[in-house]
Design a protein around this ligand. Sequence first.
Ligand SMILES: NC(=O)c1ccc[n+]([C@@H]2O[C@H](COP(=O)([O-])OP(=O)(O)OC[C@H]3O[C@@H](n4cnc5c(N)ncnc54)[C@H](OP(=O)(O)O)[C@@H]3O)[C@@H](O)[C@H]2O)c1
Length: 332
Amino acid sequence: MTQKTFRALVIESKNKQPCAQFKQLKIADLPNEDILVKVSYSSLNYKDALTITGKASICKKVPLIAGIDLSGTIIESKSSDYKEGDKILVNGFGLSEKFNGGYSQYQRINPNWIVKVPVSFNEEEVMAIGTAGYTAMLCIQEIQKHGIKPNKGPILVTGATGGVGSFAIKLLHKLDFNVSAVTGKVEESSKYLKSIGADEILDRKAFHRPSKILESENWSGVIDCTGGSLLATAISQTQREGIVTACGLAAGMILNTTVAPFILRGVTLRGIDSVEAPISKRKKAWEELSRLLTSNELKSIYNTYPMSRVRELATSLLEGNRNGRVVIDVNR
Ligand SMILES: NC(=O)c1ccc[n+]([C@@H]2O[C@H](COP(=O)([O-])OP(=O)(O)OC[C@H]3O[C@@H](n4cnc5c(N)ncnc54)[C@H](OP(=O)(O)O)[C@@H]3O)[C@@H](O)[C@H]2O)c1
């Protein structure tokens, strides 16, 4: 076993730039963690795409195996909590940042990072949900914790056709919320967005502008995947005592806003960090995901591709040409 070679996508440094290369590795090359997993699937997230294309690297050290998500079967365990044959998943927790990630046919992981694959899903389906669906669920749980109910008014979702956006729409719809979806591709994607539960489709251009200090109070809550001017406009349109969950930066890191929505309307801005979220929060999010979603419903949200195509898929994801989620079959 230790001599067997397998394929992994490794981020290295070339002329001080991150560079993704397929490599043949041995089990002995993996770090010394307590659980050895035969990986089945990973997924392609915005962060993965930035790293693979070299546009920005999240790797705090190199060489490092890429991929922030993984699902698979335990084949060796030194932990009393897990045994050989258990189907497990990991989202974030430093995969592809500080620790080797999921674009690999085998991986060694820390038992403290693990969530068991819920019985209602298989290993492919949990990667269809992946970091994106789990992050969308964390946003929704913050909105619910804030006391927002469907009768308080619509929830705005930005970056609607992306992974987080698509899951946010689907899950909010299942929870009876009215959902307004902001997209940069109204014509091409309206049918898709309606099919997953959006009640209203709004053009990104209406949000990508300097916002007024306070605008009309449209949204009881916001799930923002974009940052930048879209987030600023969404904040200025949030209702009194509403909540804006900020999880992304697809439009940019800079947030140009004023204190007015916070001090004159009591709006809450809640940051969402899926990477370091404690395991108890993750397990709650995954329990709710398995309660709300069926395997059948996931089908319209994802496509599965071989790992050999992950570099071209990363480029296409950053160009914003995709709807929904990309699952990566690491064994093809
Ligand atoms: N905080 C966390 O823990 C966490 C977890 C997961 C993801 N994220 C972040 O959340 C964001 C979304 O992630 P994802 O996996 O859903 O990515 P994704 O699948 O690439 O979706 C991003 C979406 O944002 C929109 N978009 C792209 N470029 C844009 C631009 N220049 N201006 C405005 N909108 C733009 C596009 O949707 P439309 O064409 O429909 O507008 C695109 O589909 C990323 O920034 C990611 O890093 C954060």
